[in-house]
Design a protein. Sequence first.
Length: 87
Amino acid sequence: MLSGLPWAGKVSTPYAPGAVHDYMHAKVTVADDVVFIGSFNLSRSGEQNAENVLEIADAGLAERMASFIDAVRDRYPALAVPAYAAR
């Protein structure tokens, strides 16, 4: 269950034309000894866009990126994950 994981984050600023955009577009995912990094959105709609992603199989880089992700997450307050409602 995802609710048992250490989620943290910042509330995003809603999109408004002409306003400052403080959105993070680059993404990184670490799975075992592989790093996926780029602009690809991990969603169905992301499959329809012109996005980029690199798949890098490197245990050392995966460990460094996982540590980086943990350090970034530690900068933000804990978030509760809403319960999933089956449709």
